[in-house]
Design a protein around this ligand. Structure first.
Ligand SMILES: C[S@@+](CC[C@H](N)C(=O)[O-])C[C@H]1O[C@@H](n2cnc3c(N)ncnc32)[C@H](O)[C@@H]1O
Length: 263
């Protein structure tokens, strides 16, 4: 997830103005996902329990899933794996698309095993064979701009992690990104979306990227029109070791199901 910096707080930067193709995939991966952090562990545990409970109530398989703005984070895709025939990993940045393509072609790295292990306390992750091979089989890496339209609609399951609030300083673009994500889901599709709370921008390698400062009420407000009753927005604290270094106040996790209405 992004590391916030106060220095960005005053500058307005729209999504189309940020240098996405120069996003340093390796630096981002090393900083965030080389090892499993306690906040990601908490998020992943909740996401796994959410999907597991959803499909225990509404059985389904061979779904088409989507992770919007996948970056170099494979754990949202891992959380969708047992139910998916395809998982579209949708990304704007050329560098991230290349990174994702390598993860598919070569098989994901050993660092992702502890992430998978968090999921296996729930059914059916516990009995799911060879997630590494399954990821390579189902991952469908696509480059594109979520504002120009996602590559399809009617996805049966979806995730969007640290994207809508981390692509622009503009609240309108935050809302539009959430709408694009939620609008791509089929009626009844379970979803998980994570957000940085009060982020003012972040650095990846030598470059800064914009963020929009949001809190739980903004997440609720933007997703509610699309969500069935019972959506939860939870707050996850920053790990103690990061308190002094990173300029955001926490993370927010929305877990729900797409409503049957048109949204
Ligand atoms: C802060 S990163 C989050 C990456 C990853 N989801 C994670 O959990 O760490 C934001 C991601 O959104 C992508 N992104 C930014 N604008 C986008 C757009 N208009 N369409 C699709 N992806 C976009 C960036 O390339 C980047 O990978």
């Amino acid at each position: 997830m992004p590391v916030s910096t106060e220095a960005d707080s005053v500058r307005t930067e729209r999504n189309s103005e940020a240098p996405w193709d120069s996003f340093d995939s390796l630096a981002y991966f090393e900083h965030n996902y080389r090892t499993l952090r306690s906040d990601d562990r908490q998020i992943l545990a909740r996401v796994g329990a959410h999907f597991s409970a959803h499909f225990a109530e509404f059985p389904a398989k061979q779904l088409h899933g989507i992770d919007v703005g996948a970056g170099t984070n494979l754990y949202p895709a891992l959380a969708m794996l047992p139910w998916c025939e395809t998982i579209t990993l949708f990304e704007r940045s050329a560098g991230n698309v290349e990174w994702l393509g390598r993860a598919k072609a070569e098989g994901f790295g050993a660092n992702w095993q502890p992430f998978w292990d968090v999921l296996t306390v729930n059914e059916p992750y516990d009995l799911f064979p060879d997630p590494r091979a399954a990821f390579s089989r189902v991952a469908d890496v696509r480059q594109g701009d979520l504002f120009g339209g996602l590559p399809g609609s009617g996805y049966g399951i979806g995730t969007m992690f640290f994207v809508a609030e981390s692509l622009s300083t503009e609240y309108g673009e935050f809302q539009d990104a959430v709408s694009a994500f939620a609008g791509s889901l089929a009626p009844g599709a379970p979803f998980a979306a994570a957000f940085m709370e009060n982020s003012l921008g972040y650095e990846v390698g030598d470059l800064r990227f914009p963020a929009c400062r949001i809190e739980a009420e903004h997440v609720t407000h933007s997703l509610e029109p699309f969500a069935a009753e019972g959506m939860k927005v939870e707050r996850i604290d920053i790990p103690a070791e990061l308190l002094l270094r990173d300029g955001y106040t926490g993370m927010l996790l929305a877990l729900g199901r797409r409503s049957d209405g048109t949204g």
